[in-house]
Structure formats: structure tokens, C-alpha cells
Design a binder for this molecule. Structure first.
Ligand code: G4P
Length: 526
């Protein structure tokens, strides 16, 4: 197979959902279809469960699991499907945002009873910013839930997507009989024991056919006919281009735990989901079909083996071909590096990568060379964009609690920030270090990891701040005036950029009004 075919047959995506909607279950069923795992239960949930163990233990457990399941790949109908795992806990949402920079499409899972939930809204917003094509799977149809039309309205209102049902439920909960695939014109019936068999699926072109009444009962048949009519009246025909451009989102219904409706989703997905596309860099657009290799780091996992303090940097291949043992240029450091034991982390096995193509993810063992967002190439200066930090909303001053270990603390903080655990700011007025995060758990993670990995102890002090936003201004004099007026609220980020620390939302708004020439940025990319 040549490189072009290799690229075209790749489908790299992430499943996103509010915790408990069924992401792990759906992932597992997809892997079962692909033969990547043999038994149910092989994919462990990466949720942080509250309960008997402390949060730390849960975090550690979760980190272990998420390395093993960072990328789950399988072959299906001659296609290479790569599922990128995303953390289940909302405090790690920023990790999820970054993972979304490395995928070509996403599947959103929604719980039929709960409808669109908060975390899904945020994640979909990020996908929309990037124009990532989205498919929706409404899960748990074996339970009572919201009416399907009501859910479509919710998807439209809350997620600002244009949903297009490609399958349609026949009843739900106790009355759930299956789905009608509007896409394939097939009737897929749900059997009592819940295992979807091949012979439960039948081609059913014409819903007017009286056989339908015998199969699902008069009442249900009538409802299905009416609803199908309504759908064809209200929704446009499915056009793949519209989906690829992010203008419409196909919706499927099913029950992941019963493996129901999953094959319909997967079959449509592999057929229409995009193969790797272009990637933006500051310099130019990168085409996946270019000869030369390029890629960027979107995730770093530390402490795979606590004894060796090693880390794995996850690189998305964007163009050319990644080859084992070949030297590639680390752009930020300006040096050539060789990776003899680059790895793929598949659900079932860990393998040394001989070669990898655009759309693939390779894990590079690292001793501290990489930061999130770093670029690799065959020499060309490339800086990938679209991997921003988000304005943090939780803050603490960090102090060294062991004067003998100040070097360790500095190093630990530095490396943890490179991994994207949190952001460090230097308060210009007091010269104190402030850690800003998106989720509260990160503070525990940092303290715990500083101690266990770097032997450093830190103490936190509450910082009463609302948000840290990046500021820029074309007029140096205005900027200077702003800096001196707001001296007590000025900080620098790790790269020396100016940051305004707003104390309250009122403070932020009024400052914005007072200084119209200053641009306030809510992500680090501007
Ligand atoms: P998540 O990764 O999105 O957080 O969700 P996960 O797959 O772990 O599923 C959350 C719960 O919902 C699990 O139950 C799972 O079995 C259940 N579930 C998933 N799909 C369906 C479905 O189609 N129908 C029904 N009725 N339930 C579904 P749990 O009790 O939390 O865990 P478990 O002990 O069953 O594993």
C-alpha cells in the first residue's frame, strides 16, 4: 500500500461525553467490532470515582489507565481506526481540549435521559472552533428518556449544531424495539437478550409495507411512519460534504451496553468520516500528503515508570512518514533527535513503531525534551498552531515549604507546566509564583507529584482571583500606562507574555471598558 492509500484509510477521532453517558462502553464495543479486544470489560473507565480510595489514588489509577488507552487502534473494513482517549473528569478538560487538536473528527455521546449536559457543551464548543466534523450517538435507549425530537432540539439549542437523524428509535425503555436506519433503509430489531445478531437486521426500503405492522406492531409501525415522514419533511438529505465542513451532525440512536445501534454508527462513520486533513502552522498549511515528515506534541504523560521518571510525549503525525530510528528536528531546541523505541499504545498491546502515517499517534520516550505544542520535522521551521492554553480560573500562590529543596521545586514546577498540568504566572508586584488551573484537582496532583517525583514540598496560599487573561496592545505607550495603572494585577506567563489578573468578573469587564485599546485574550494563542 502506498503512502497516499495509508493516509486515506485512516480515521482518527475522539469520543466525547459528559461522565457516565457511556463513552467507555461505546469505545469498548467499537474495539470489539474491530477485534482489538476479545472480551467486554477490557477497557477500564478512566473516570475518577469518589469513594473508598482517596482522590490521589484515583488520579494515579486514572493516569495509569489513560496511558494504556491513550490511543486505541483497530482495523475495520480495511480502514485504520484510531480512537484517542480523553479524560473523564471535568478538571482535566484542558487535556481533552488538547487531544481534540489531534483528531480529525469526533463522536459525541449523549445520555437519552439526561440529554445534553454541561461538559459536552464546552467540548463541542472547542470542536466547533476548529470546525471538526461531529457525529452524535444518543445512548441508553433501553431506558426511559427524552423524546427523540426533543433531544434533537436540545442538540440544536445547547450545542448549536444542526442535527440530522440517520437512524430513528422505535420506542424506548421497556417499549424499545430497535432502530430504523434512515441512512441504510434497514430495520434493526432489538432482541430481548440484548445481543444484536446479524439476522436482526433487514433491508426495509418502504415503511408503508404492511410487514412492518407484523414485525413491530400496528401502533409502533404507525408512529414510526409518521415520525419518518416528519423527519424527511423537516430535515435535509444527508450530504457528506456538509458533515465534513461541520455544518450538519448525523445523529444515531442505540444502546452501547447492549451493543445496539453501534454497528450502524461505525459503518456510517468509517464511510464518511474524514481521513487526515491539513494542519495549520505559523508558517504555512501542512498537507498530509507531503513527502516530508512533520508532527506535533499534544500530550505528555509523565511517570509511566516511577523508578525512571520517564515521560511519553504523544505526537500526532501530520505529514510524510515517521520512521523508526530516523533523526528528526526538534524545532524549539534546534536539535536532531532519534527515537529508536517510539511506541504505539493500543488497548491490548504496546508495540514499537516501525513507521507511522499522518493521522497516527506515536509515543516518544522523553527525558524532558518536550513541551506541549512542540514541533518535529525533517528540518523545516514549523510551529503548529491551535494548541492553546485556556485562561485559568482557579489560583493559588505556591511557596517552597522546604528551603533545602528549592531547586527541585523549581524544576518540578517547570516540568509539570511543560506537561500542561497547570499554568505558572509570576506576579510582577510581589514576585510570587501563582499557579492557575482550570480544575481544582490539579492542585492536589501538583503537590503530590512534586513530592513523589521531585522530592519537593510546596505550600499553597489562596489567591483571590477571578481569571488570568493575556493582554496585548499595538501602542506601546498605552501598554505602559496600563501596566503602571494595574501594577498590582500584572503577571508574566512562562513565556514572558503579559497577563492581567482580574480579581472579579466586574473588575475584568470594567477594565476592558476602561482600556478599549488593550486586547484581552482568553486563550494563549493570539
Ligand atoms: P463514561 O465512560 O461516559 O463515563 O460512561 P460508561 O461507559 O462508564 O457508562 C456509565 C454507566 O452507564 C455504566 O454503568 C454503563 O454500564 C452504563 N451504560 C452504558 N451504556 C448503556 C446503555 O446503553 N444502557 C444502559 N442502561 N446503561 C448503559 P455503571 O453502573 O456506572 O457501571 P457498570 O458497573 O455497569 O460498568
Amino acid at each position: 500500500m502506498d503512502r497516499k492509500q495509508e493516509i486515506q484509510r485512516r480515521r482518527t477521532f475522539a469520543i466525547i461525553a459528559h461522565p457516565d453517558a457511556g463513552k467507555t462502553t461505546l469505545t469498548e464495543k467499537l474495539l470489539l467490532f474491530g477485534g482489538a479486544i476479545q472480551t467486554a470489560g477490557a477497557v477500564k473507565s478512566n473516570k475518577i470515582k469518589k469513594g473508598t480510595t482517596s482522590d490521589f489514588m484515583e488520579i494515579e489509577r486514572q493516569r495509569g489507565i489513560s496511558v494504556a488507552t491513550s490511543v486505541m487502534g483497530f482495523e475495520y473494513r480495511g480502514l485504520q481506526v484510531n480512537i484517542l482517549d480523553t479524560p473523564g473528569h471535568k478538571d482535566f478538560a484542558e487535556d481533552t481540549y488538547r487531544t481534540l487538536t489531534a483528531v480529525d473528527s469526533v463522536i459525541v455521546v449523549i445520555d437519552v435521559a439526561k440529554g445534553v449536559e454541561e461538559q459536552t457543551e464546552k467540548l463541542v464548543e472547542v470542536c466547533k472552533m476548529r470546525k471538526t466534523p461531529i457525529m452524535v450517538f444518543v445512548n441508553k435507549l433501553d431506558r426511559e428518556g427524552k423524546d427523540a425530537f426533543e433531544l434533537l432540539d436540545e442538540i440544536e439549542e445547547k450545542l448549536k449544531l444542526n442535527p440530522l437523524p440517520l437512524s430513528w428509535p422505535i420506542g424506548m425503555g421497556k417499549r424499545f424495539q430497535g432502530v430504523y436506519s434512515l441512512y441504510e433503509k434497514k430495520l434493526v430489531l432489538f432482541t430481548a437478550h440484548g445481543k444484536q445478531q446479524e439476522n436482526d437486521v433487514q433491508v426495509f426500503e418502504n415503511l408503508e409495507n404492511e410487514e412492518l405492522d407484523q414485525m413491530i406492531g400496528d401502533g409502533a409501525a404507525e408512529v414510526l411512519r409518521e415520525e419518518a415522514d416528519l423527519i424527511t419533511g423537516v430535515y435535509p438529505e444527508f450530504e457528506v460534504e456538509e458533515y465534513l465542513e461541520g455544518n450538519i451532525s448525523p445523529v444515531f440512536f442505540g444502546s452501547a451496553v447492549n451493543n445496539f445501534g453501534v454497528r450502524e454508527l461505525l459503518d456510517c462513520f468509517v464511510e464518511v468520516a474524514p481521513s487526515p486533513g491539513q494542519t495549520l502552522t505559523e508558517e504555512r498549511e501542512i498537507d498530509p500528503y507531503e513527502d516530508k515528515f512533520s508532527g506535533f506534541v499534544f500530550k505528555i504523560h509523565a511517570n509511566i515508570d516511577p523508578k525512571h521518571r520517564n515521560r511519553v510525549a504523544f505526537v500526532r503525525v501530520c505529514s510524510g512518514k515517521f520512521e523508526r530510528g530516523k533523526a528528526y528536528k526538534h524545532i524549539r531546541l534546534g536539535k536532531n533527535l532519534k527515537f529508536a523505541n517510539a511506541t504505539t499504545f493500543m488497548a491490548s498491546k504496546k508495540e514499537i513503531v516501525q513507521e507511522a502515517f499522518p493521522g497516527d499517534i506515536v509515543g516518544l520516550y522523553d527525558t524532558g525534551n518536550f513541551k506541549i505544542g512542540d514541533s518535529l520535522s525533517e528540518g523545516e521551521q514549523l510551529h503548529f498552531t491551535g494548541i492553546p492554553n485556556f485562561a485559568p480560573e482557579l489560583f493559588k500562590y505556591v511557596e517552597n515549604a522546604d528551603p533545602m529543596k528549592s531547586k527541585q521545586l523549581a524544576k518540578g514546577l517547570d516540568q509539570l507546566m511543560d506537561e500542561g498540568v497547570a499554568q505558572l504566572f509570576l506576579h510582577q508586584y510581589t514576585n510570587r509564583k501563582i499557579i492557575g488551573t482550570v480544575g481544582a484537582l490539579q492542585f492536589d496532583v501538583i503537590q503530590h507529584r512534586l513530592l513523589h517525583e521531585y522530592g519537593a514540598t510546596c505550600r499553597y496560599e489562596h489567591a483571590s482571583l477571578h481569571k488570568a487573561v493575556w493582554i496585548t496592545c499595538d501602542d506601546a505607550a498605552v501598554m505602559k500606562a496600563f501596566r503602571s495603572r494595574k501594577a498590582k494585577n500584572m503577571a508574566k506567563d512562562k513565556h514572558g507574555n503579559d497577563v492581567f489578573l482580574a480579581e472579579t468578573s466586574w473588575d475584568l469587564n470594567s477594565t476592558q471598558e476602561l482600556f478599549p485599546e488593550i486586547q484581552f485574550h482568553f486563550t494563549s494563542e493570539f
